[in-house]
Every structure is written in structure tokens, then in C-alpha cells.
Ligand binder design. Sequence first.
Ligand SMILES: C[S@@+](CC[C@H](N)C(=O)[O-])C[C@H]1O[C@@H](n2cnc3c(N)ncnc32)[C@H](O)[C@@H]1O
Length: 244
Amino acid sequence: MPAKLVHISPQVSRDLHPQADLAFLPGIEKTAENFMQSNIQGMANQWLLDMPWKRPVAFMMLADLVQPDQPAKEILEIGGNLSYFTYELAKHHNYILVDKATHETEDNYHKVETQIKKTFVHNCDWADFTSKSHYDIVIANDIFPNVDQRLYEFVDRFLPQTQEMRLTLTYYEDTSFEVQRLASGEMLTMRPWGLRDIRHFMTHLAQTYPSMCKDIDQSQLVYHDYSGTLFSNRRNVIYLHIQK
Ligand SMILES: C[S@@+](CC[C@H](N)C(=O)[O-])C[C@H]1O[C@@H](n2cnc3c(N)ncnc32)[C@H](O)[C@@H]1O
């Protein structure tokens, strides 16, 4: 099956906004209220409220999975953080969330587990997580390669274990970040992945997994500066859906 690739442009975002807001906004707002009353920190829910483009992207990735009549699936999410979707996915599916908890403390994740009455969170680096040999879907939204550059390692590990993978990939041009090495305190100037790196990765996918990743729509592999319109920084986002 060809992999589906969608460049998130202002038009794509605009087209999906009404459906996404109708489907999700009341639930996201209710979750924000619950978080406030229960003293739970969950950045991903706040981002869904504050960054409107996140809702159409979530719609593309998750709408079919949060329908009430969905058959339960084996779902592994990496870096999902905590949001309305945590509740929906954990209630409807055999859902495992692996998150290193870099934005909020682990007890926030435990409070959500207690509310849902299910144990499904592993607060660790995904590379240290002992996974099962089969999942129906592996999801990673807004973690690769902007937060974690080990995208090749991630895909090469999990693609053989899943029927389906749903990823957003974030990349930049003309951007660098000052970061600090924890071990030495040294300041580094790092360039995040750009379009050239994303194209190289897509070529790797097409060559390594030809049956799953053939006929990738190359026209989606573009960069435009949407800062101040769609995004608050120079990021670009593509949605990649791979199915066996
Ligand atoms: C930018 S946030 C994205 C959250 C959510 N998926 C969204 O789209 O709003 C990245 C998340 O990945 C988690 N994370 C970062 N590095 C990780 C790693 N190596 N293993 C597991 N989770 C990680 C962070 O704790 C954070 O919750």
C-alpha cells in the first residue's frame, strides 16, 4: 500500500478545522477543566487549545480511533503526553503510552491512570521500553525528529512490529538552536532537520520497506515559511501514514 504523506499547509489546516473543532473541542475543553480541578499538568491538552493547527492534525491522525463504536486495537503511542486523546484512546483501546515525562512530573500520568482505572503508562525513553512483538498501530505525534532525532532507529525498530504507523514529522529551514549538553554543560549550536534530511529519510523508507512505502507523493516534500500564519515558529509539519 502506498504511504500517505500530507504537508500541513494553511489550506489543509483550514479545510479540516470545522470538523476537528466540532469533534474534539468540547472534549479538549472538558479535559482542561478536569485537569484544573484535579491539579493535573498536561501540556498536550493546553497545546491543543492554544495552537489551533494541532486540532486538524489530531483529526487526521486520530479521528477514526476515537469513534465510540471502534473495535479495540493494540495501540502504542510514543511521546503522547497527556490530553483529551489520552482518555479517549485508553478507554476505547488496548493503549500503551510511552512518555519520558519531560514537561511534567510522572505523578501527573499516574493521576490520569487512576481516573481511567487502567495502567497503561511507561515513563521512560522509548529506546528502553520493552515492547510486544505486535501492535495494530504505532503513533508518534510531534516528537520526531524535532524533539528526538533518532527517527531512523525508531522506524527501523517499530515498523516491523506494527500493521500501521502514524507519524508527524517536524522540520525547519534557516534555523538553529542553542542547546546545552547535560553532562558537560557545554553550549552547542544545533541545526534541526531540514527538508533535505526529510527527503533522505523518505528515500530510506522507500528503499528499505518498498511494499509499504512505494509511490510516496513527492509533491508533499516542500518547505514554506508559515511562521506568524499557521505556526508561531519556522516549523513545517508533514503527516506520514504507513500501512501494511
Ligand atoms: C512536543 S511533545 C508532543 C506531545 C504530544 N504528542 C503532542 O503532539 O502535543 C513531545 C513529548 O515526547 C516526550 N518525549 C521526549 N523524548 C522522549 C523519549 N526519548 N521517549 C519517550 N518520550 C519522549 C516528551 O515528554 C513529550 O511529552
